[in-house]
Design a binder for this molecule. Structure first.
Ligand SMILES: [Ca+2]
Length: 95
């Protein structure tokens, strides 16, 4: 019995048995891996008029009112972190 206990302690110490709350400790998927991006949200899909998967500045605007567009332009440029003049779903999700 003592031998089994010592083997279990040794296995845990060697990282052979990793338990957390009774569950195997499996790390979450790496969000940087391709194919693991979340799908675009509904607001993105609604604005992406040409369905190319990128929001242009004109698509980003929620109004044709120049006063509204004047406030939304800086937001668009702040979200466009790669300066591509278009927002990816990921960039748009940071709003
Ligand atoms: Ca688009």
């Amino acid at each position: 019995m003592v031998f089994i206990g010592l083997c279990l302690v040794a296995a845990i110490a060697l990282g052979l048995v990793v338990l957390k709350n009774g569950e195997p400790n499996i790390p979450p998927p790496d969000p940087a891996l391709p194919g693991t991006d979340p799908p675009p949200d509904q607001a993105f899909l609604k604005r992406d008029k040409d369905k190319n998967g990128i929001l242009s500045l004109q698509e980003f605007f929620t109004s044709t009112d120049p006063k509204v567009q004047k406030t939304q332009g800086p937001i668009f440029r702040r979200l466009d972190t790669d300066h591509s003049d278009g927002l990816s779903p990921e960039e748009f999700s940071k709003r």
